[in-house]
Write a protein that binds this ligand. Sequence first.
Ligand code: CTP
Length: 446
Amino acid sequence: MKKVITYGTFDLLHHGHINLLRRAKELGDWLIVGVTTDNFDLERGKMNTIQNVVQRIEAVKATGYADQIVIEEYKGQKIDDIQRYGVDIFAIGSDWEGYFDYLKEYCEVVYLPRTEGISSTQLRCEGPSVNIGIIGTGSIASRVIPESKCVNSNCISAAYNPSEKECRAFSEKFDIPMAAKTPEELLDNCNAVYIASPHYTHYQYAKMALDAGKHVLCETPFVLETAQAEELYSIAQEKELVLMVAHKTAYCPAFLHLVSLLKSGVIGEIVEVNASVTTLTDESSDKLDSKRFGGSMNENACFPLLPIFKFLGTGWRNINFYSKMKRGVDMFTKAVFRYDSAVASFQIGLGVKTEGNMVISGTKGYAYVPAPWWRTDYFEIRYEDQNLNKKYFYPFVGEGLRYEIKEFVSKVISRDFGFFRLSKREILKMTEVQEQYLKGVNVFKL
Ligand code: CTP
């Protein structure tokens, strides 16, 4: 039996792909199709695929040409696959002419004619685009704009800041077509908003945007009260709108893989999670202003809460907070969570500095993520027998904001309101922890 293998992303499957698969199948008796994983595409800089790997695999399956589908996860896998599956012919479109000649050492390499006039890139450009209005024009908004340009199918159509002067300067600097004078004007000129205003204004803007039928990507921390979060989610659900929190760690490839690895049991049962996030901040900063809901808990708690919830869930028994206060805000807080069979803790600070790493301890080994763990690009799984230790490296491209933008844009376009990497429950629970702290429950001031 002659085995043929071919690879591709197969995003928005088109007749060029179908021709390629048919021709590849005609070369032999058994066709294996390698479909790239989302992470592998991200790693090789392909940020713009619209469909996820499951949707792309389903589309390839539906053509009826593939006898076997494998997922392509890493550079160099083609050689491994050819040997593992006993492949006779490697086939690929002629746009790759010469590129895969190194595989000739392992099997026959055939470049098949590429169908002219069609590509996934072209379809993505012709397809729907998300026009994003930005509310708040501070430092995070300035960082989001260049990142959004790395993601397909979106454009920044308007910006709003209560200070007209700042809004105009921001819009001119980033070539944004409209500096809106009011939030209503912004909402009239976009179909989605990115909220990057001070966090105590998030609820008001998010509600306004959802009421106006706009999808929302909201910076962290989301809102200050659980009831507000619940209300926003129910409006989004009722109106079929995407409501996503821009927690960049939750969408970066290394963190996602760390979660799936540890969930698969590589360090045994997880017994402890400890993570720290500290940034020394200027005392005059808004981040330390009690009237603006500043302080370490409000600013930073959502970061360590993410791994705690991902690894131990949200069913804690109690939480104790220990805070070093100054002028009415916590310069530093340590929190300890008691679960039935595990414990978690975090240290966060705006006026105290410590090592910003994360350690997740299990019954068989532990995961060590060096500082800054929240922009994860590398981690280690360590065991008693050091020979078994394993190091994992990932790209964290640019500021890492493009991962959440990509997720948001693709959810809006595919009208996918189902699965969220950072779930509604997790967000509600993050808000609940903040709320408990603001109410002073189990808060011990140092
Ligand atoms: N292909 C083809 N004819 C086209 C487009 C793609 O024969 N018009 C082939 C490619 O050469 C490759 C396979 O289909 O062998 C999968 O390609 P993929 O990169 O997934 O598709 P593109 O449309 O080229 O995607 P993009 O625009 O994102 O590069």
